[in-house]
Design a protein around this ligand. Structure first.
Ligand SMILES: [Ca+2]
Ligand SMILES: [Ca+2]
Ligand SMILES: [Ca+2]
Length: 229
């Protein structure tokens, strides 16, 4: 539980990207935001969940392919090979920044859900997503559409287009659509708190995608047993 809760809204203007990678993400997101969003309401995002879930689970085959020693995680070396195979050029620094950003529990190994976050960030960062998509295909027809949906949803929520979603923006998005439905508002606030991994009152795109992998149950995919295709 947080300390003192003030009346004032978290000022989005005060948020600054902390790393080079974050700054690049914000830039990419703003570029993408200038194209607008296909999302019309908060509910339209919720309605996409099952499709997102299905599509992300199918990434498991990609993950297994790049987990060369089959230990259930992708280490920095394996990630390098992954980028080579996908013909994605990142500098040494970019590659390790991405790894650090996505190795959320910091144990030098990316689990499946962290890997999904990574792919999604790569998708956003690369200016020619079509080329990346061709490489990622490997039996994953909906992956590009899924990443696009996630970006679209984020753009919808990030009203002031500063590359992160504040609590205030979340409330705004909900109020726009669910006039007076307090229960869904409460759920959305709960969602926001779940998304805000580092509890700084802002949700970055990385946190957003990471939250998705948890909501749709990707991180307990192994405990769930076999998935029916
Ligand atoms: Ca491995
Ligand atoms: Ca914002
Ligand atoms: Ca945060």
């Amino acid at each position: 539980m947080g300390g003192v809760v003030g009346k004032e809204e978290s000022p989005t203007k005060g948020w600054m990207p902390e790393t080079k990678l974050e700054a690049k993400m914000v830039e990419a997101m703003q570029r993408r935001a200038s194209e607008g969003t296909g999302m019309k309401s908060f509910n339209s995002i919720i309605l996409k969940f099952p499709k997102i879930d299905e599509s992300l689970r199918k990434c498991k085959t990609i993950f297994e392919q790049f987990d060369e020693n089959s230990n259930g995680t992708i280490d920095p070396e394996e990630l390098k090979h992954c980028f080579q195979k996908l013909e994605i050029s990142f500098t040494e620094e970019e590659s390790s920044d991405l790894f650090e950003a996505c190795d959320i529990n910091e144990n030098m190994g990316m689990k499946f859900n962290e890997f999904i976050v990574l792919l999604c960030l790569v998708y956003l960062l690369k200016e020619d997503p079509a080329a990346l998509h061709a490489k990622l295909q490997m039996g994953l027809p909906n992956l590009e559409a899924t990443f696009e949906t996630l970006v679209d949803a984020f753009v919808f929520l990030d009203k002031n287009k500063d590359g992160c979603v504040s609590k205030h923006e979340m409330v705004q998005a909900i109020n726009e659509t669910n006039s007076g439905e307090r229960s869904s508002g409460r759920i959305a606030m709960k969602r926001f708190e779940e998304m805000d991994w580092d509890k700084n009152g802002m949700v970055t795109f990385k946190e957003f995608v990471f939250a998705f992998t948890r909501w749709v149950g990707i991180d307990d995919i192994d405990e769930d047993g076999e998935e029916i295709v």
